[in-house]
Design a protein around this ligand. Structure first.
Ligand code: F6P
Length: 323
């Protein structure tokens, strides 16, 4: 193998740059050339590539986002898109690929693997819903952003004796809401994995009020049904009887930005370097993940067919501590 490619795809998150940096410098250390593919699979199909050397990745370790750019490329799901991608990889003499991203990106990586192209995946998504790793790149920084927001909202909530619904990202996963709520000492957490009727949410507010709390913080995962706005409407209609006025804060994309935390920089560095090592050693078609602080390989096929379950023991613990 003489030349590899690196791409970031799907939703961005903190830690992508240190991962590209580690993959690049590890590859250079093996004497390989590196091409950075811009805008994920969209750039792969369009042939948008830049050569990377040690200096190209200088100073990126602390920067949020991805300097290669990213995209959600639906055209890559088609056989024509995959054909164009393979053609561009061959045209540029790229013999192996590191794909950094979440489940959508990894399913693209698996498609290339099935077509016989050497590829290794690296889990990077704030949703933390990738099988084969305890934690994905970006999760720790996103959690710290959520925590900072909860702490600040708590200040104003206490001053005004209000209840706040704070919506976190996570797609179908309640991980960010659960862990953010636990770290932030929330009174309640609403996640897609646990059905919580609106009456129960209202009762939670009332209980907090009666217990003498100055605020009630409810962290709501974006995947929770019937959704944050429906909860807010239900509670606002009853706020007289519940004691607290209700406000909503949707954290949105601030959770995806910002300088990566120390944990994310180290995780990204370890996984980026491991991905290149595995490619170089001929171990293709895998995800490199962190399980129990060890780098572990999981076949991409398994990553995509299994579902990552949330530890509901932590949800139960949160319910005990929120009193
Ligand atoms: O997968 C990361 C994520 O931020 C999800 O939590 C969220 O549902 C989605 O991406 C938002 O996507 P977009 O940035 O395309 O609106």
């Amino acid at each position: 193998m003489k030349r590899i490619g690196v791409l970031t795809s799907g939703g961005d998150g903190p830690g992508l740059n240190p991962c590209i940096r580690a993959a690049t410098r590890m590859a250079l250390g093996y004497g390989l050339e590196v091409m950075g593919i811009e805008r994920g699979y969209a750039g792969l199909i369009g042939g948008e590539m830049i050569p990377l050397d040690a200096r190209s990745v200088g100073g990126v370790i602390g920067r949020g986002g991805t300097f290669l750019g990213t995209a959600r490329a639906s055209e890559f799901k088609t056989p024509q898109g995959q054909r164009e991608a393979l053609r561009n990889l061959n045209r540029h003499g790229i013999e192996g690929l590191v794909v950094i991203g979440g489940n959508g990106s990894l399913s693209g990586a698996c498609a290339l693997h099935r077509l016989g192209f050497p590829v290794v995946g690296v889990p990077a998504t704030i949703d933390n819903d990738v099988v084969g790793t305890d934690i994905a790149i970006g999760v720790d920084t996103a959690l710290n952003t959520i925590l900072d927001a909860i702490d600040k909202i708590k200040d104003t909530a206490s001053s005004h004796q209000r209840a706040f619904l704070i919506e976190t990202m996570g797609r179908d996963s309640g991980y960010l809401a659960l862990m953010g709520g636990m770290a932030g000492g929330a009174e309640m957490v609403l996640i897609p994995e646990v059905e919580t009727p609106l009456e129960e949410v209202a009762q939670g507010l009332l209980d907090a009020y009666v217990r003498g709390k100055a605020h009630c913080i409810v962290v709501v995962a974006e995947g929770y049904k019937p959704g944050t706005q429906a909860v807010a409407a239900y509670l606002q209609e009853r706020q007289e009887e519940l004691g607290f006025e209700v406000r909503v804060t949707v954290l949105g994309h601030i959770q995806r930005g910002g300088a990566p935390s120390a944990f994310d920089r180290i995780l990204a560095t370890r996984l980026g370097a491991a991905a290149v090592r595995e490619l170089q050693q001929g171990n293709h078609g895998h995800l490199v993940g962190l399980v129990g602080n060890q780098i572990v390989l999981t076949p991409l096929e398994d990553v995509l067919t299994r579902r990552k379950d949330l530890d509901l023991g932590l949800y139960e613990l949160g319910k005990i501590l929120e009193k």
